[in-house]
Design a protein around this ligand. Structure first.
Ligand code: B1M
Length: 229
């Protein structure tokens, strides 16, 4: 990997947003993901290389460390912030078609549930992994998912729930999506959700964390439920 790309990947991994950001202390006073991404593009490095050889690599490292409990939620949030700062320079190239997303993913927290922090983190990971993510917000019922599928024609839909009383709503939403749009994959997650529950409601995949959701999307949409033997 060339030096500017290595620098950007390291900024995402360490959550170094820009020159003025005090975090992490060891990079204080140095340029962050924001400035390094702008410079890389100005030097003629293709936006696609910045995405695939720097941002995605940085976020992958974060995902693996988070899964292995080597880093914690605040570190992930800082990494996502750094990635967002870099992504703002890449957005125009997505619009011109110069870089293409791997696919489209709809994300929402299911009906009755207002918890959105985890869902947003998953969305940021997927975006950092090269997917276009359309976030439908919280308290999303079957009808809203179905309308959005019709409009955006996603490859996959992600359902998040944090309450034992709302995770049951995943069953109806999953059933309707599968019967009306059999080509669309349904991924479920959130603290109370388990592989057994996901299997019971017929979801295509379950992941306890953002990296697992990304791995599933990147695995030609054929991965078995995590937890399967
Ligand atoms: Co709520 N709340 N809350 N709450 N709240 C919990 C979830 C609870 C466990 C607290 C407790 O009692 N110990 C409990 C649920 C109990 C249960 O159902 N068994 C609870 C309750 C009861 C409630 C209310 C009912 C309280 C009340 O009013 N009496 C109420 C419900 C409101 C509603 O939704 N209708 C309520 C309200 C709230 C706040 C609004 C105050 C706030 C939410 C703010 C917001 O999101 N904007 C809140 C919060 C913050 C929490 C806790 C403290 C933290 C949740 C969180 O953000 N975790 C939580 C207790 C706890 O977890 N310690 C709690 C951090 C987040 C990064 O993790 O969301 O798990 P998480 O997401 C992870 C993974 O699960 C996974 O990846 C994420 C990143 O690692 N993941 C996916 C998530 N979605 C995924 C989807 C995927 C794949 C992976 O694929 C599609």
């Amino acid at each position: 990997m060339n030096e500017p790309l290595q620098g950007i990947a390291a900024c995402v991994e360490k959550g170094k947003v820009d020159l003025n950001s005090p975090h992490p202390a060891e990079l204080s006073g140095q340029e962050g993901a924001d400035e390094l991404t702008r410079k890389a593009l100005d030097e003629g490095i293709s936006p696609n290389r910045v995405l695939t050889e720097a941002l995605i690599i940085g976020m992958e490292r974060v995902g693996v460390k988070f899964r292995n409990h080597e880093i914690y939620l605040p570190d992930v949030l800082m990494a996502a912030k750094a990635m967002t700062a870099a992504m703002k320079h890449l957005r125009p190239y997505f619009k011109t078609g110069e870089i293409r997303h791997k696919g489209v993913m709809l994300m929402g927290t299911v009906a009755g549930d207002l918890h959105d922090i985890g869902k947003k983190i998953v969305a940021m990971f997927l975006e950092g992994g090269g997917w276009e993510v359309i976030d439908l917000g919280v308290d999303v019922g079957a009808e809203k998912y179905l309308e959005a599928i019709k409009k955006h024609k996603p490859n996959a839909v992600g359902l998040s729930a944090l309450l034992t009383t709302t995770m049951i709503n995943m069953a109806e939403i999953t059933g309707k999506i599968k019967s009306l749009y059999p080509g669309v994959k349904v991924l479920v997650g959130g603290a109370p959700v388990s592989p057994e529950f996901a299997r019971k409601i017929g979801a295509h995949s379950y992941s306890p964390d953002p990296q697992g959701a990304l791995d599933y999307l990147n695995s030609p949409l054929r991965a078995p439920l995590r937890g399967d033997t």
